[in-house]
Design a protein around this ligand. Structure first.
Ligand SMILES: Cc1cc2nc3c(=O)[nH]c(=O)nc-3n(C[C@H](O)[C@H](O)[C@H](O)COP(=O)(O)OP(=O)(O)OC[C@H]3O[C@@H](n4cnc5c(N)ncnc54)[C@H](O)[C@@H]3O)c2cc1C
Length: 333
C-alpha cells in the first residue's frame, strides 16, 4: 500500500538532545519538522565521561543532526521565547508551528560545533593524571539511586585509590583553576592539575519563564504534563525528556519512550483522531538505574535489589548503550 502523503502541518521541536532527536526522527516523514537546537550535533550524554579518557569514543557519541534527520529543517540557534503560534529565536527570527514539542532538558554550555567538541575531549584527556580526588556536597555519592548502590560505588572508587571527600563543596573560580589550588568548604586547600565539574546542569526552561507557559512550570522549573505528554493547559504543545515533571528518574531511555508517545499522538492529531484515542504515558517509578564504573565494573539498582560487578558491567559498561541508541536512530552501531 502506498505511504500516506506527508502532511503540511508544521511540527517544531525545540532541543536536539535524546528526546528531541527521537521526536524529530520519528516524525520527519509524516510532517514538516523543524528542529531548533544551538549545536550541530546530538551528544549522547552517557558517553561523556568515557570520551574524556578515550577521546576516540566520542566519534560515536557525537552525531551530526544532518546524519539522521535527512528530512528536517534544522535551525542552529537557541529558542528565547514562545507565543501561542510561534517560537522566537536568539537571532531575532521566529518559526510558526502547528504542533510544538519542548525538549530542552538542560542548558548545555558545550561548544556548538561537533569538531570542536571532539577537540575538547582530546584536550581533557591530556589533562587527566593518575591521582584522583572526588568532592561531593552530599553525605553519599549518586544521590539519585539508593544508599546501597551509593555504597558500592564508593567502595569501588576507594579500591581504585580515589580519595573521596563527602559533605564538602568547592567554589571553582577561574583564578583558582589557573593557580591549581582550590579551597573546599572546610577551609582546607587542595592542589590539582585539572578539575571536571560533574554537578547536574541547570534545567532548560528559563526561556519559558515569561511566556504563556510560565504557569505550567513547577517549582523546580519543570514543565507539568498530562497523561498524553501535553503541557498542562495546551492542546498542541507537548514536552519530552528531562524537562518534564513526570515522577520518575531522569534517564535517556525514558526520554526516548516519551518521544515515541508524543510522535504517535502528533500523527493521530494530524490525521484527525479523537482525543480519547491518544496514547498515554505511565511514569516508570521503579525504573532501573545502571552506573558504569570503568569498562569492567558497574552498579545496578533494580526494582528488588542492588548489584555491582560483572552483571551491570556486562549490560552497560562495555558500550554504555551507545551502539543501541545509534541503531535506534537509524545509524550503524
Ligand atoms: C554522564 C551522564 C550519563 C548518563 N547515562 C545514562 C544512561 O546510561 N542511560 C540513560 O538512559 N540515561 C543516562 N543519562 C541521562 C540522560 O542523558 C538524560 O536523561 C537525557 O539526555 C535527557 O534527554 P533530553 O533530550 O530530555 O535532555 P538533554 O539531553 O539535556 O538535551 C536538551 C537539549 O536541548 C538543547 N537546548 C537547551 N536549551 C535550549 C534552547 N533554549 N533552545 C534550543 N535548544 C536548547 C540543549 O542544547 C540540548 O541539546 C546520563 C546523563 C549523564 C549526564
Amino acid at each position: 500500500m502506498a505511504e500516506p502523503a506527508k502532511s503540511s502541518a508544521v511540527v517544531v521541536v525545540v532541543g536536539g538532545g535524546v528526546a528531541g532527536a527521537f521526536v524529530a526522527k520519528s516524525l520527519q516523514s509524516h510532517a514538516q519538522v523543524v528542529l531548533i537546537e544551538p549545536k550541530d550535533y546530538l551528544e549522547i550524554p552517557y558517553g561523556e565521561l568515557r570520551s574524556k579518557v578515550e577521546p576516540l569514543f566520542a566519534e560515536r557519541t557525537l552525531i551530526k543532526h544532518t546524519d539522521y534527520l535527512t528530512d528536517v529543517r534544522i535551525i542552529n540557534t537557541c529558542a528565547t521565547g514562545i507565543t501561542e503560534k510561534e517560537v522566537l529565536t536568539e537571532d531575532g527570527g521566529s518559526v510558526t508551528y502547528d504542533y510544538l514539542v519542548i525538549a530542552t532538558g538542560h542548558v548545555d554550555s558545550a561548544t556548538r560545533i561537533r569538531d570542536e567538541r571532539l577537540e575538547e575531549f582530546k584536550q581533557d584527556n591530556q589533562k587527566i593524571e593518575s591521582s584522583r580526588l572526588q568532592i561531593n556536597s552530599g553525605s553519599r555519592l549518586l544521590e539519585f539511586v539508593g544508599p546501597k548502590a551509593s555504597k558500592k560505588a564508593l567502595d569501588w572508587l576507594v579500591s581504585k585509590k580515589v580519595d573521596v571527600l563527602l559533605n564538602e563543596t568547592v567554589e571553582v573560580t577561574s583564578l583558582e583553576a589557573s593557580s591549581g589550588t582550590y579551597t573546599i568548604s572546610s577551609g582546607e586547600k587542595i592542589t590539582a592539575d585539572c578539575h571536571f565539574v560533574c554537578v547536574g546542569k541547570r534545567i532548560g526552561s528559563g526561556w519559558l519563564s515569561h511566556s504563556f507557559l510560565k504557569e505550567s512550570l513547577d517549582d523546580k522549573g519543570r514543565l507539568q504534563v498530562d497523561k498524553n505528554l501535553r503541557v498542562r493547559g495546551s492542546q498542541i504543545v507537548f514536552a519530552a525528556g528531562d524537562i518534564t515533571d513526570v515522577p520518575e528518574i531522569k534517564q535517556g531511555y525514558l526520554a526516548q519512550a516519551h518521544a515515541m508517545v508524543i510522535a504517535k499522538n502528533i500523527k493521530l492529531l494530524i490525521n484527525g483522531s479523537a482525543e480519547n484515542k491518544l496514547a498515554t504515558y505511565t511514569a516508570n517509578s521503579s525504573a532501573p538505574a545502571l552506573v558504569s564504573l570503568g569498562r569492567k565494573g558497574g552498579v545496578a539498582q533494580l526494582p528488588c535489589f542492588t548489584v555491582s560487578g560483572w552483571l551491570p558491567a556486562f549490560i552497560k559498561s562495555r558500550d554504555l548503550f551507545i551502539g543501541k541508541v545509534r541503531k535506534e536512530i537509524g545509524l550503524k552501531a
